[in-house]
Structures are given as C-alpha cells and as structure tokens.
Design a protein around this ligand. Sequence first.
Ligand SMILES: *[C@@H]1O[C@H](CO)[C@@H](O)[C@H](O)[C@H]1NC(C)=O
Ligand SMILES: *[C@@H]1O[C@H](CO)[C@@H](O)[C@H](O)[C@H]1NC(C)=O
Ligand SMILES: *[C@@H]1O[C@H](CO)[C@@H](O)[C@H](O)[C@H]1NC(C)=O
Ligand SMILES: *[C@@H]1O[C@H](CO)[C@@H](O)[C@H](O)[C@H]1NC(C)=O
Ligand SMILES: *[C@@H]1O[C@H](CO)[C@@H](O)[C@H](O)[C@H]1NC(C)=O
Ligand SMILES: *[C@@H]1O[C@H](CO)[C@@H](O)[C@H](O)[C@H]1NC(C)=O
Ligand SMILES: *[C@@H]1O[C@H](CO)[C@@H](O)[C@H](O)[C@H]1NC(C)=O
Length: 633
Amino acid sequence: MTLRYIALLIAGLSVLTCKTWAMVDVNMEDRVEVSLKGQAEISCIYTLKEPAKMIVWFTKSPGRDQSRKRVYYYDTLQKEIIDEGSEYAGRINFTHSHEPQNSRGSALLIINNVQLSDQKEYICTVHDVSTDSGEGHTLLQIFNSPSLPVIEGTHTGISVTAEEPSKVAHCKVDDGYPRPNITWYKDRFPLQQSNNEVKISESETTKANGLFTVESDLYIKPQRTDEDALFYCEVKYFVPGEVRMTESKKINITVHYPTTKVTVYVNPRNGLIKEGDTVEIRCEGNGNPQPVFSFTHNEEELSADNEMLLLENVKRSHSGTYVCQSIDFGEGIYAEDSVNITVHYLDQIVVTPEETVLNQGDDLPLTCNALSSLPTQTSWFKDGTWLGKGHVLVLHNASYDTAGLYVCQVTVSSLHELQKQNSVQISVRGKPKFTKEIEVGPVNKADRSVNLTCYAEGFPFPNITWTLSDQRTGQPVPVPEAENQMTDTGVISMISVRAMSELTAKCSAANELGTEEVSRKIEASARATTTTTQATSPKGTELPVPSNQPRTGGGSGVIIAVLIICLLLIAILGSVLYFLYKKGKLPCGRSGKQDFTKQKASKDDIVMEMKSGKSEEAVLLQGVNGDKKSPTE
Ligand SMILES: *[C@@H]1O[C@H](CO)[C@@H](O)[C@H](O)[C@H]1NC(C)=O
Ligand SMILES: *[C@@H]1O[C@H](CO)[C@@H](O)[C@H](O)[C@H]1NC(C)=O
Ligand SMILES: *[C@@H]1O[C@H](CO)[C@@H](O)[C@H](O)[C@H]1NC(C)=O
Ligand SMILES: *[C@@H]1O[C@H](CO)[C@@H](O)[C@H](O)[C@H]1NC(C)=O
Ligand SMILES: *[C@@H]1O[C@H](CO)[C@@H](O)[C@H](O)[C@H]1NC(C)=O
Ligand SMILES: *[C@@H]1O[C@H](CO)[C@@H](O)[C@H](O)[C@H]1NC(C)=O
Ligand SMILES: *[C@@H]1O[C@H](CO)[C@@H](O)[C@H](O)[C@H]1NC(C)=O
C-alpha cells in the first residue's frame, strides 16, 4: 500500500511537472476491474475549453516490452482509425464528446467480451489546438471466479506411528484468475505448514486459456483424536472489488493406532451361567483397526472367529480361565485380558428309597439328594400339595392316606431355571377297605344305563369282583365287564348297568390280606317294553330281562294292553252306574237336555250364593247373567 501511495505521489508530481510544458490535463482511473467475458469501460477525462484536436489510445503490455501499440486515432479533420487488429476484432469501440460549458471533454474505450489478454495498460493521449498534450493510464484487471473446490480424502487409514506426515487429503480448484489461494482447515482452525506435524504441498498450472488450476495436498502426523476431526479446504479468490471464499465439503479420516489394551466381555453379561447355555466371549482392543486375537482356555489354544468365541451348550468342563491375547504385528505390541467363567450345574436327583411298601403304622424317612455347584433348596410335594422343605421327609404312622407318589424338587436358589425333580412311590400294605359305598351315577339318557363305582383301598391292590342280582327274585344277573383303575391307595372299579328292575349290586375286594364287601340297592333305570303285566302295578313289575333276550311281539302286546284297559274302564263305569242307581240319585227316564238345564240351575245357585254374600257385585253379575244371556249358553 505504501508503495502504491508513493507511486501516486510520484505520478502527481510528474503531472505537476508535465503541466509546465504539456498543458492538457487528463484524468484516468488507475485501475479498472472486470470479470472475464464482461464489458470494460475505460474513460479518459480532459479539461479544455474547446474539443481536443486529436485523441489517440495506446495499449502497453506488461513485461519487458514496454513499447506502445496504437489502437485508436482521431483528429478534428474527422479522421478516425480503429486499429482493432485480430486482438480486439469486433470487441472494441471508442466514443468521445465535449461539454463547452464545463470546459471538459471525455473519451471512452469500451471492450466487450473481455479476454484475459486484455489485461494490460490503456493509455489515452489528448492534444489541443496549440499542440500541447496530456496523457493518462489505466490498468485493466481481469477476474474469473474459480470452480467449487473438490476435496478427496485418503481412503486408507493413517497411522499415528508413521514417522513422516501422511497424506490426508487432496484439494483442487479450477479456472481461477488471478490465481486463487487454498487454505486447509481442521475443525475450523486453519492449518499451517510446520516442520514436523503438518505439510502442505501446493501446485498450480496455467491452462491454455490462461486460467489457473491450483491443487494442494495436506499431510499430517495424526493423533488418535483426529479420527473425530473434520478436514476441509477453503479457496480464496478475488472478484471485482472484493475477496471471496468457498469451502469444500468436510471429510473425516480413518486413524490407525495400535492396541495397547484388550478387554474381554462375556455375554450374558450379568447373571450366572448354567449348563446348556450359550456363552459369547468377546475381545476388544483399544486400537484401530482391531488386531488379531487368540483365545486360550486353561492354557489350551482355542479356535475362535477372531474377536468372538462362541461356546454353545456349555458343560461344567467349560468353566475356567479364558485368556484373550492380541498381537499388533505392525508395532509388535502385545496385550491380553482374562475372564473366569463358572458353569453351574445341578445333577440328577437321587431319592432313597426308590420305591417301597410300608405296613400300617410304619415310619419311614425319605431322602432326596442332588449335587450342585450352588446352594439348593429342596421341597416335597404329594398330589401337587406342598409338604415341606429339606432334603429329608419322614413319614409317620403310615396309613392308607400315606400311600402315593412323593415328588422331591430341588431348585438352585440363585438360579431358578436350574431345577430338577424325582419321585418315590409309597404303598401301604393292608387288607381291602371301602371308604365309600357304591356310587350310582346319573342315568345315561341314550341307553338308560347307570354307572356304578366302587372304591377299595388296600395293598397289594385288591382284586374287585362285582355281582348283581334281581332284588325280587334273587336271581343273579350277568355282570358287564368292569373298568378298573389304580390309584395311589387302591382301586376304583366301574360297571355300566341297564337295570330293568331293582337290583342288588355287590362289590367285593380281595387281596392276600383279606376280603371286604359292600352292596347297594339299585333302582330300575331301564324300561322293559315286552312285559304284558305292566298295568297292574307301576312298581316291581319290571322284570329283569337279560339284554341278550330277543324282543318280539311288541305290536300285539300293545293291542292286548289297550283291550284290557277298555274292559277295565267298562267295568268301572258299570259299577259307578250301579252305585248311583242304588243311592237313587240317578233319575230314570230323564233326557240329556234336562241334565243341561239342571246344570244351568246349579250355576244360578252359585250366583245366588254370591249375592247373599256380596250384594252389589252379585246383582251386577245376576244382571249380566239374566238379561244378556251370553251366547255361549
Ligand atoms: C460501437 O458503438 C456503436 C454505436 O454505439 C455500435 O453501433 C457498434 O455496434 C459498437 N461496436 C461494437 C463492436 O461494440
Ligand atoms: C494468495 O496468497 C498470496 C501470497 O500470500 C497473496 O498475495 C494473495 O493476495 C492471496 N490471494 C488471495 C485471493 O487471498
Ligand atoms: C466419517 O463419519 C461418518 C459419521 O460421522 C462415518 O459414518 C464415516 O464412517 C466416517 N468416515 C471415515 C472415513 O471415518
Ligand atoms: C481367575 O481365577 C484364578 C484362579 O482361581 C485367579 O488367580 C484369577 O485372579 C482369576 N481371574 C479373574 C479375572 O477373576
Ligand atoms: C396311628 O394311626 C392310628 C389310626 O390312624 C391311630 O389310631 C394311632 O393312635 C396312631 N398311632 C400313633 C403312634 O400316632
Ligand atoms: C359311564 O362311564 C363311561 C365310561 O367311563 C362314560 O363314558 C359315561 O359317560 C358314564 N355315564 C354317565 C351317565 O356318567
Ligand atoms: C382276581 O380274582 C380272580 C378270581 O378269584 C382270579 O382268577 C384272579 O387271578 C385274581 N386276580 C388277581 C390279580 O389277583
């Protein structure tokens, strides 16, 4: 800036000094800035009372060759020459005018579709009538905005252990004029070349059209934290009148650093491991990328899927110490971690005795044992009922109620899924005993049968025998096949009977210790359709008809029964008539019509009686009966 100031001063002084022997005062801008392909206007203002006698425009290229080149000539003899040559062909135009009232003239140079080659000095010389002259200079500066910067990061990781800075990214910007500048940033902080940590190598090329391409490579010695950093490049360039900048997109980099520490994780993370589980042992190094891992179990090599060791359906033998080792081959750094795994178990339960028969009144301890790696809890159940805790259960004073299946359940207190059970069958010896009488089920609607059930306790299990006999005749009745079912303490036996008459059912239970018997009367449930004596008495007439006897003559039986009933009715009617005749109540020779009137009279009688009881209502009733003579009568 100071240089330019000094230059201006000198220029001013020279103008002053020139003025002494060149009287024309010419004013021009030092610099005109214009975008490539735009339009440039360079104006030249002079102070004269009359229009200039001659105006000449020259150009002067930068560089060694300081010679001027004429592009325009004009004089008052109306001679105008535009030396546009090939350089300005069709792109250049000149105008000039004069304002006498201001004693001012102006010449204007216009360049259309500005090219980079137009960047040079433009000189305007003005001559007055007395051949005094003056001149001015303007530098035309051309600008072109570059393309957006393109960044490309290094795809391979960058190691923190490299001795020299490694390449992080490449940034390229095209078609700038004048030359744009590239600045690198890491997380908004500009990076500067520094001996050891950052290296920036820049190159520029000038294209045939004169525009600049600038490329820059960034090299750094990364740190672990740089894996989270964002890098980008920024391009600064001039446009007419200002400085602009654009940023590339941001990239992150992959930083490689060695594993110095290894951590082993076990999945399931919390909680105890039991036999049958699937266990995952995972190894993680603090480096990037993950190193090669190897696993050992109790110092024995294992094959694993590098960082993961999968143990399926583990056994107690899988317990022990697992060591995970990592070796970073690049750096030769060695790290390891270990974990102790305990696989818990609960062995098969042993119940003693396995099975036993007790005598009534006996005492017996039952014991239940199981081997486990953890404390256990033992519970006893019989028929789903909880009996107590502890691995010994003592049975006192055995009775039939004592008999049954005793279940011992062992649970690991801290690992409830680890649970097993076993059982012991206890039988109590004794002669048969009936706890209930024979049960009679409801009548089956389909075949009119009933189920008879008899329950006998005893051990050895009693042998049940059913007998059926007709209660009236005492004749035995065939017994259908029984369904027998063993229970904890005895036998349930059931037969299905179609009782045609009242029966006596007898259930007898026998084992080597004795015999017991129970009986019950069974009411008839089925109806025999073949009997002819039905009418005489509804009770006791259903003779037992063996079910295998063929049923014949059903139709004739009905006819006979109808005949008998008719005869009986006639006999009863006869005796009633005779009885009435004897008493004199039956009037002889009276017709049915007289009977009907008598009936009507008796109805009137009833009305009368009501009248005597309740006067008003009765009168009304009588009125209705007397006057209207209801049509039904
Ligand atoms: C120069 O200016 C004149 C008048 O304004 C116009 O007619 C002509 O097209 C211009 N020439 C160029 C090359 O711009
Ligand atoms: C580019 O850098 C050079 C040298 O530091 C400087 O002179 C020029 O002004 C810079 N350009 C921009 C556009 O900042
Ligand atoms: C850059 O970061 C994004 C998310 O922030 C991530 O997905 C990507 O993998 C990272 N790229 C590199 C090269 O680290
Ligand atoms: C694993 O068990 C061994 C031997 O019982 C013991 O020395 C070691 O400290 C244990 N390691 C861990 C990680 O608990
Ligand atoms: C054993 O049980 C029987 C019948 O249940 C009872 O009569 C007897 O007193 C009991 N004996 C003892 C020692 O409890
Ligand atoms: C009688 O017992 C049989 C066999 O158990 C059963 O199918 C039937 O339903 C029982 N009948 C009645 C009426 O309960
Ligand atoms: C049951 O009794 C019958 C007749 O007494 C006999 O034949 C059969 O062997 C006995 N069955 C058993 C299991 O005792």
